[in-house]
Structure formats: structure tokens, C-alpha cells
Design a protein around this ligand. Structure first.
Ligand SMILES: NC(=O)c1ccc[n+]([C@@H]2O[C@H](COP(=O)([O-])OP(=O)(O)OC[C@H]3O[C@@H](n4cnc5c(N)ncnc54)[C@H](OP(=O)(O)O)[C@@H]3O)[C@@H](O)[C@H]2O)c1
Length: 248
């Protein structure tokens, strides 16, 4: 079930956290996985782990905030591996501040990486996917993009935008057998949430019916499903993986 043999996947933000778990999972399902982020050393650790486990991995250094760099990463994937079948837009940053204190550069940095970077990657991947009449675009948004969050106006706007982008892309590319879906993680144990004070984490956990924070593997399982042949009739959807903390 959900095998990805012969497929080429590019995962952004694959050097740690959720992206690392996604890269490992897609490789375990049989895909060749190109891991992208800014820090080569961390990417190599992930790619080596995939190879040691018997999978196929490659790395490409890319800055999602730089459109030319994003386009070059997609081009390198196609050049080296002959195709791009699966694009997972996972790279993301936060610059949390209350609205009244938020600087323009906090807004721009988050929107550039989390939303514009995903747009640039989708646009660059669209041509080869349309040509081969098969593609899976999976955008990692966030539960807060569905419900809002104080102190995260920039991040929430980017993630809500990513859900809207997903729906438009789904409608534009459906006739070419390219699907686009969003996954919205709840609170997941990664470096992004590691800095939260213990009492705040405990408070969040109380709001999660399944009673725990999620893991990268919880998200990776949903992505592997959406990337598969079996999910071929699902497009334009937002799959919530949040332990039940938001039910829509
Ligand atoms: N953790 C959560 O609770 C949670 C909840 C909902 C949604 N999410 C979303 O899930 C995704 C992954 O989150 P995470 O918790 O795994 O984050 P993380 O541990 O902070 O990892 C972020 C990844 O993105 C890469 N990255 C950051 N800026 C980049 C840029 N400009 N260009 C290329 N790569 C960049 C980082 O590598 P480099 O720094 O080396 O570039 C790293 O690989 C994000 O989109 C996040 O918004 C997370």
C-alpha cells in the first residue's frame, strides 16, 4: 500500500523535524528523495541515514526566500533524476510578535519563506508535472492557518495563504492528473516548538483530545498517503493532522 517506487520527490526543509520525517518516510515507500534546505551538513546527515536504511536520497541546497534558488533546486532535481513527481513544500519559519510590535521585516521574512517560496516551487514544478501527466503537490500549512493565533499574524497569514494557493493549484492542474493538497499539522514536537515553556506545552496538550503533541512521523504518514497512487482522486483538500484539537 502507498508504494512510491520509481517516483522522484523533492522535500523542502528536509534537514530536520517534520521535513526529515517526511523525507525518510517517502524513501521508505520507495521514492528517490531530494532533500532541500539551506544547511548542507544537516541535509547530508538525513540523506546518509536514508541511504544506510536502503533508500535513495540526494541533497540540494536551496533558500526558499530566494526565487532563483528555488527554481534552481527544481531544475537540479529534474536534471539529475529525470523527473519530479512529488513536491512537498514543508520549509517554514516563524517570527512571532504581537501585531503591534511586528516589524515589516518579520512579516516579509515569514511570507517570503512560507508562502512565496512554496509558490515559486509549485510554479517551477508545474511544467514537468503537466508534461508527464502525473504529479502530487503537498503543502505543509498549519492548524493555526485554519483558526488564527495571537502573536503569529505573519505566520497565520502565510499558512492560510498556502491553503488558498493549494486550492487554486488543484483547480488549475487537475486536468493534467496533478493533485494539490495541504496538510495542517497541530502541535508537533520539533525544534520549532521545543522553545515553548513547559507550562505552555501542558496547556496546549490539554486542548488536544488525543492527549499528546504530534510527531514528525504522524505528519509523514499523511504525506505518504497523499503522495500515493491510491490518493489520486483527492485534490484541493486540507488534511488536518492535529490530534483532534480543531475539527472542521
Ligand atoms: N512543529 C510544529 O508544531 C508545526 C505545526 C504546524 C505546522 N508546522 C510546519 O511544518 C513545517 C516544518 O516545521 P518543523 O517544526 O519541522 O520546523 P523546523 O524543525 O524549524 O525545520 C524547518 C526546516 O525548514 C528549513 N528552512 C527554514 N528556512 C528555510 C529557507 N529559507 N529555505 C530553505 N529551507 C528552510 C530548515 O533548514 P535550514 O534552516 O537549514 O534551511 C529546516 O529543515 C513548517 O512549514 C512549519 O510551519 C510545524
Amino acid at each position: 500500500m502507498f508504494r512510491l517506487d520509481g517516483k522522484v520527490a523533492l522535500v523542502t526543509g528536509a534537514s530536520q523535524g517534520i521535513g526529515e520525517a517526511i523525507a525518510k518516510r517517502l524513501a521508505a515507500q520507495g521514492a528517490t528523495v531530494v532533500c532541500a534546505a539551506r544547511t548542507l551538513r544537516n541535509l547530508q546527515v538525513v540523506a546518509n541515514a536514508i541511504t544506510e536504511a536502503g533508500g535513495k536520497a540526494d541533497v540540494v541546497v536551496a533558500d526558499l526566500a530566494d526565487t532563483a534558488s528555488v527554481r534552481a533546486a527544481i531544475a537540479a532535481t529534474v536534471e539529475r533524476h529525470g523527473a519530479i513527481h512529488i513536491l512537498v513544500n514543508n520549509a517554514g519559519i516563524t517570527r512571532d510578535k504581537l501585531l503591534i510590535q511586528m516589524k515589516e521585516e518579520d512579516w516579509d521574512a515569514v511570507l517570503d519563506t512560507d508562502l512565496k517560496g512554496a509558490w515559486a516551487a509549485v510554479q517551477a514544478a508545474t511544467k514537468p508535472m503537466m508534461k508527464q501527466r502525473w504529479g502530487r503537490i503537498i503543502n505543509i500549512a498549519s492548524v493555526v492557518g485554519q483558526m488564527g493565533n495571537p502573536g503569529q499574524a505573519n505566520y497565520v497569514a502565510a499558512k492560510a495563504g498556502l491553503i488558498g494557493l493549494t486550492k487554486s493549484v488543484a483547480r488549475e492542474l487537475a486536468s493534467r492528473n496533478v493533485t494539490a493538497n495541504a496538510v495542517t499539522p497541530g502541535y508537533i514536537e520539533t525544534a520549532m516548538t521545543a522553545g515553548l515553556p513547559e507550562d505552555v506545552k501542558a496547556e496546549f496538550t490539554k486542548q488536544i483530545p488525543l492527549g499528546r503533541m504530534g510527531t514528525g512521523e504522524d505528519i509523514a504518514a499523511a504525506v505518504a498517503f497523499l503522495a500515493s497512487e491510491e490518493a489520486g482522486y483527492i485534490t484541493g483538500q486540507t488534511l488536518s493532522v492535529n490530534g483532534g484539537m480543531l475539527m472542521v
